[in-house]
Design a protein around this ligand. Structure first.
Ligand SMILES: NC(=O)c1ccc[n+]([C@@H]2O[C@H](COP(=O)([O-])OP(=O)(O)OC[C@H]3O[C@@H](n4cnc5c(N)ncnc54)[C@H](O)[C@@H]3O)[C@@H](O)[C@H]2O)c1
Length: 366
């Protein structure tokens, strides 16, 4: 079978841990040819980790300009969020498929451009929202798709984690409007995606409030809530915080329908806590241990799906069109906080840099 060639752009925490693991676990389908970082030592470290895990040598390179025209099929991007857009555009223009970390981008115009450019070029754009592949989430989605809930009424997503000063101080991009966004944009991206995915359909409006309760040294929010109204009548509730004392507590999604109730929680939506349908009030996955990492194990499956999507010339499981929705919800919550009103969908002309510290300073406190 044809083996794809790939490059990793950004060899920091998630690149070196989860992307390298996913490439090594999929070595039958894809060969990682380049590990690229502005810091060559990080690129070399990632290359070494890949070789150790896969037994295959790879090249470490500084910056990505030198590999734009190389013989590679796709890149995975794991740089600071604020750089995702430009790197995606550069590689799409160079004719490569792109798999990009969440959040896709921090600007509604950028989201639109990424999606349209990939379609115009006939190239795949996939988003690393790997929690969709969690086994409990797959079981839930199957129940929704089968219609087992009857009418779905509402769902709630809660992300009750802790990010301390050491976390934000480790890199100066964290907690900035330009390169990161706040806890809704970063830590809550996966569960916001799941919330909109399980409720389905188009959004009508979002009302939100953000605060910075306990992190005076970052620009962005450390807490946020949102009420999401969908055109199909369903309602989503969102609560995300980085202030849970003294450590991560849980990430939970609860779905309520006419004939079903499901709660999936644990550290990061990988444990079925409640499973109730007529004649069915347990699920075999309830016996499985909750993974002890917030990243889960979905990157390997997501990378496998992305390589298959290229080889079979079909859409990846998480497309750019799907991935952009959770970003738009967060940007709408920021806008709603500033304007103190419900924000109608579709949203356009909103970017996280609009919400710089000086604009939001008073609102984050009031
Ligand atoms: N899917 C998940 O569960 C998950 C988990 C953590 C982080 N993330 C996302 O992954 C991204 C990276 O997060 P991180 O914690 O690994 O950050 P990090 O700071 O540890 O790593 C980012 C790396 O990108 C490099 N870089 C920046 N510009 C570059 C360029 N032009 N070319 C090559 N390399 C470049 C930096 O030097 C750095 O080493 C963020 O968008 C974050 O939201 C996703």
């Amino acid at each position: 079978m044809q083996k794809l060639k790939a490059a990793l752009i950004g060899c920091g925490r998630i690149g070196t841990k989860k992307h390298i693991e996913a490439y090594a676990n999929n070595k039958e389908d894809v060969e990682l040819v380049y590990c690229c970082d502005l810091n060559i030592e990080k690129a070399e470290n990632a290359a070494e980790k890949y070789s150790e895990r896969s037994g295959v040598k790879t090249h470490a390179v500084k910056g990505y300009d030198s590999i734009l025209d190389k013989d590679i099929d796709f890149v995975s991007i794991a740089t600071e969020s604020g750089y995702h857009y430009q790197i995606t555009v550069d590689f799409l223009n160079a004719g490569k498929h792109v798999l990009v970390e969440k959040p896709m981008a921090l600007d509604t115009d950028h989201l639109e451009h990424m999606v349209t450019l990939s379609r115009e070029k006939g190239l795949k754009l996939g988003i690393c929202l790997q929690n969709r592949f969690n086994k409990p989430i797959q079981a839930l989605k199957q129940k929704i798709d089968e219609g087992a809930f009857g009418r779905v009424f509402n769902a709630t997503a809660r992300i009750l984690w802790n990010r301390n000063e050491a976390y934000y101080r480790q890199d100066n991009w964290r907690g900035t409007w330009e390169l990161d966004g706040g806890t809704l944009m970063n830590q809550c991206a996966h569960n916001i995606d799941l919330l909109q995915w399980v409720l389905g359909g188009d959004l009508e409006s979002v009302y939100g409030v953000i605060r910075n309760f306990n992190h005076p040294y970052i620009e962005t929010e450390d807490f946020g809530v949102g009420i999401l109204k969908f055109k199909n009548g369903t309602v989503g509730l969102l609560e995300g915080t980085a202030n849970t004392y003294p450590k991560n507590l849980e990430e939970t999604i609860s779905v309520f329908g006419e004939k079903g109730t499901v709660v999936i929680g644990g550290l990061a939506v990988n444990k079925i806590l409640t499973w109730r349908f007529e004649g069915e009030d347990t699920h075999p996955l309830m016996l499985e241990k909750d993974p002890d990492t917030v990243y889960g194990n979905g990157h390997t499956t997501l990378f496998k799906d992305f390589t298959d999507a290229i080889l079979e010339d079909r859409d990846p499981y998480v497309t750019g069109e799907q991935g952009r929705i959770e970003d738009e919800i967060v940007l709408a919550i920021y806008k709603s906080t500033v304007e103190k009103r419900e924000v109608k969908f579709p949203v356009s002309n909103v970017r996280s840099t609009d919400f710089n510290y000086f604009v939001l300073r008073d609102m984050l406190k009031d």
